[in-house]
Ligand binder design. Structure first.
Ligand SMILES: [Zn+2]
Ligand SMILES: [Zn+2]
Length: 222
């Protein structure tokens, strides 16, 4: 399995490849679909190689190009059922800020949210905790990691690679999300992620981090 990272406006998109094809984890901001396909072509894949577009949660920087990417690839779009509400209407959704600064920034973004509508959709696949992704060609399973949003998920691959979406960030250092719908859930999800003993974590915001960095973060916040 190989992981190729593409920055799609605000967050990372991951092009995950194996001998069965490609899984795209998060589709980026609106108008990123053609770029994602171009990056795949550069790596020798045709759009038809995409088996699944897995959106870790319903925010615009992850789901913004999901429908457009589905049009270009024919692949189904997967999202947890608890985040379907976030992609059912076009307006910008930002949870409460974790700090006063992010709450202020969030309030400003919400006020100008009409400038950045999302293309709404109904997911083809509704994700659940523990769900295997084998039918899509990947030895991986879905882990429900709510808190940032109610329907946030992570993807744990059998080789110990974990894609955490926005459940844990690594912008300056490994940290909780800047925004969260439910702080207690987000903390519980971080502990859950730690208990999975991942070898490497790919976050949607910032650099990947290893087990040692995750240990240090959990020790700090526990
Ligand atoms: Zn988010
Ligand atoms: Zn994000």
């Amino acid at each position: 399995m190989q992981v190729h990272t593409l920055f799609t406006g605000v967050a990372n998109t991951f092009i995950v490849e194996n001998h069965n094809g490609v899984m795209v984890i998060d589709a980026g901001m609106p108008h990123q679909a053609a770029r994602i396909v171009k990056a795949m072509r550069a790596r020798g894949h045709s759009p038809r190689d995409v088996r699944l577009i897995l959106v870790t949660h319903g925010h615009i920087d992850h789901a913004g190009s999901a429908v457009a990417l589905k049009r270009l690839t024919g692949a189904p779009v997967a999202l947890h059922r608890d985040d379907v509400r976030l992609v059912a209407t076009p307006n910008l959704k930002i949870p409460p800020g974790r700090t006063r600064t992010t709450e202020f920034i969030g309030a400003v973004l919400r006020a100008f949210g009409w400038l950045a509508p999302i293309e709404t959709f109904t997911p083809d696949v509704l994700l659940e905790d523990g769900q295997s992704l084998r039918e899509f060609g990947f030895d991986a399973r879905v882990i429900h990691t709510p808190g940032h949003t109610a329907g946030s998920v992570s993807v744990l691959c059998d080789d110990g690679t974990l894609f955490v979406g926005d459940s844990i960030l690594n912008l300056v250092h490994v940290a909780f999300p800047l925004y969260w719908e439910d702080a207690a859930q987000a903390r519980a999800s971080a502990l859950k992620i730690h208990s999975l003993k991942p070898r490497v974590c790919y976050t949607a915001h910032g650099r990947p981090f290893d087990a040692n960095e995750l240990d240090a973060f959990i020790a700090r916040v526990k």
